[in-house]
Design a protein around this ligand. Structure first.
Ligand SMILES: *Cc1c(COP(=O)(O)O)cnc(C)c1O
Length: 642
């Protein structure tokens, strides 16, 4: 305690509204201030009382009283910690933990008392031994007033509605009350779900969720040890003793209003089983991996030919690393273009039998850059409804009008083209659809594009290294001699490296090099990555038996699943096992994971609502025994999770 040098005043604001004759509390706040600050702060509190989430006030009381000299106690703020919880049920469990930590008895009874506080303006003063309520006015409760924090700033600007600082001040005052051993507080503000528990021992503990959003059911309990003090002394202290709290720090790791929207969206995802997390693999990506410290069979990888750790891949990358180090240091158009990039583009053009090719950092970057470069606001893009997200984003980026046609439905495509005539149109489709594993009807697709004079673009992400007897892609699969205008693909799936590409005429490639912003304004991929990708293509050319193995595995695995009673078929290593419900898909995948089989559950928005699935993807190097075992586990897990 120390002397107060200056006359101070208590400023209190209370706002209420009358509904059917009864007065309802809306908000209240108070400050302890020197005279010169009173007008400014009074104005701010009036504004606060008139603008509250709980509604419009029709009665506002502002009271200013001088505080007798020497009647103020100074105390230090409680230390603060934040406990982040996902649901309010978890928040209430945190309250129980707090009660246990502080040795407070009768925990279930105290938790039930929380429900009784919500209509009260004040707090419940609860004897923790007898569970008696000690407030003289049970309807109103006991109120802690006459307090404020020490203010360093002289202005009202940073004194906006600040729940946090006011709560610390109140909790600190209450924890210095004779006989009070703890407090539980849930705000009655419907927009504010964070609450706290406090005690002298465990400090001020914020709990990020203590009630559902939108609920006005708040309240507070002061936990009172009747053996330690008299209730009369406590009530006198709470209602009349002026207290100034020193050292209230700004909220440490704060979650300001502008971030609450993000938190709400995440909560909604969690409630709908759509929240995404990642597993971590601690080995090379092969048919067997180490994940969470366990050896597992992997049937979820896009590395269809198992080239990522091929001996030649490792050797060439080591050599490239020794030569270049890692980074490329600039965009391709400035200082980032190295012989490794040129060699990769020659290898892609040769692999795809086109005049030229251009490399992007990822397949995603390739699609967004190519589609948006080839079209503009006057164009119409015809896009399959199941096209990859990167194509969809390219359409958005282009500002062109996008017309979606039914999945792989060439009649619908042609109808939509007739209905939307355009002299500047692009038709774009996946070659192999990434979540269903089916193949584009290429000959009809090319017929239509030719007939209507439209640019044609095919995304070969899942067909390069997969389709055709030697893995050259969809043209080889259909023995098609015509070329679409753009063959796009990635180097990150069967090729076993990283990156995206466009392959086509020299004209197309010159155009993209000059117009594709995702190419121009991005640092070139590492020369090591470029070397890895060229090596992957070389291995595919040199070891065509890998493609045979992959095709054999596709047949074996589909047969095994059909024998287990599942209706599946696929010509590609992507084998969707439709489960329907997102929660069921997650449960089945979790059970398989426990059994040592890693398969991804794919949910909305990657696939349409109600078509959640296990997306099996096979590798050339899965053994026959692996395939049979996995098929059995899948059929079994589906039976056990109906
Ligand atoms: C994976 C994929 C892409 C993106 O390629 P990344 O190299 O992974 O960025 C594009 N299109 C399709 C169809 C894909 O499956």
């Amino acid at each position: 305690m120390k002397e107060d040098p200056k006359q101070l005043y208590s400023l209190k604001m209370r706002a209420s509204a009358h509904v059917d004759g009864a007065e309802h509390h809306i908000s209240g706040a108070e400050r302890i201030l020197p005279k010169e600050q009173l007008p400014e702060f009074a104005k701010a509190l009036v504004s606060r009382g008139l603008n509250h989430a709980k509604g419009d006030a029709d009665f506002l009381n502002v009271k200013i009283e001088a505080i007798p000299a020497g009647d103020i106690i100074h105390v230090d703020a409680l230390p603060v910690e934040t406990v982040t919880v996902e649901t309010f049920q978890d928040g209430l469990r945190e309250v129980e933990r707090f009660l246990r930590e502080n040795g407070i008895p009768h925990i279930p009874q105290i938790m039930r008392k929380l429900d009784e506080t919500s209509a009260m303006r004040g707090a419940m003063l609860l004897d923790i031994h007898t569970l008696q309520r000690l407030e003289p006015n049970l309807e109103r409760g006991v109120r802690a007033t006459c307090m404020d924090c020490e203010r360093s700033s002289k202005t009202v600007a940073d004194d906006a509605k600040n729940h946090y600082a006011e709560a610390i001040v109140l909790a600190t005052k209450v924890m210095n009350c004779p006989g009070v051993v703890g407090e539980i507080c849930i705000s009655d503000d419907p927009d504010y779900v964070t609450g706290y528990v406090s005690s002298r021992r465990t400090g001020y503990r914020r709990i990020t969720k203590m009630k559902p959003l939108g609920s006005e059911a708040g309240g507070r309990i002061f936990l009172f040890d009747g053996n330690a003090a008299s209730p009369e002394d406590a009530i006198r202290y709470l209602e009349h003793q002026c207290v100034i709290v020193h050292g209230v720090q700004p909220l440490p790791e704060s979650r300001p209003c502008r971030l609450e929207r993000l938190e709400k969206k995440l909560s909604a995802l969690k409630e709908n089983h759509l929240f995404r997390t990642m597993r971590t693999i601690e080995s090379a990506e092969g048919p067997r991996i180490v994940c969470d410290g366990r050896s597992m069979l992997l049937m979820a990888s896009n590395s269809y030919l198992d080239l990522t750790a091929h001996p030649l891949m490792k050797q060439r990358c080591a050599e490239a690393l020794a030569k270049y180090g890692f980074g490329s240091g600039g965009s391709r158009l400035t200082t980032g273009n190295m012989d490794a990039h040129d060699a990769l583009e020659r290898a892609i053009a040769s692999f795809k039998k086109t005049e030229a090719a251009l490399v992007f950092n990822t397949g995603y970057a390739a699609n967004t850059a190519i589609v948006s470069a080839l079209t503009d606001a006057d164009s119409v893009i015809f896009s399959d409804e199941l096209n990859h997200a990167s194509i969809i984003d390219g359409c958005r980026l282009s500002r062109a009008r996008t017309v979606i046609y039914r999945h792989n439905d060439m009649e619908d495509l042609e109808r939509k083209i007739r209905e939307n005539p355009s002299r500047n149109g692009l038709v774009v489709s996946d070659a192999v659809f990434s979540m269903d594993g089916d193949i584009l009807r290429l000959p009809e697709f090319l017929d239509i594009c030719q007939k209507h004079e439209l640019l044609s673009m095919i995304d070969e992400a899942h067909s390069t290294g997969v389709l055709g007897d030697t893995g050259h892609g969809i043209l080889e699969h259909f023995h098609e001699k015509r070329q679409p205008d753009v063959l796009m693909g990635t180097l990150s799936k069967a090729v076993g490296a990283e990156g995206g590409f466009a392959a086509g005429s020299q004209l197309l490639i010159d155009f993209l090099r000059n117009m594709a912003r995702g190419f121009i304004f991005s640092t070139a991929m590492s020369p090591v990555t470029a070397t890895a990708a060229a090596t992957g293509l070389e291995i595919i050319e040199n070891e065509p038996e890998r493609i045979n193995q992959l095709h054999r595995n596709i047949r074996l695995f589909c047969d095994a699943l059909r024998q287990g009673g599942l209706d599946v078929s696929s010509e590609t290593p992507i084998i969707p096992v439709i489960v329907g419900d997102a929660a069921r898909a997650t449960a089945v995948a979790a059970q398989l994971f426990e059994e040592g089989l890693y398969i991804s559950a794919i949910r909305y928005p990657t696939v349409p609502q109600g078509t959640a699935r296990l997306r099996v993807s096979l590798m050339a190097t899965h053994s026959e025994a692996d395939l049979q075992w996995a098929a059995n586990r899948i059929c079994n897990a589906l039976r056990q999770n109906p």
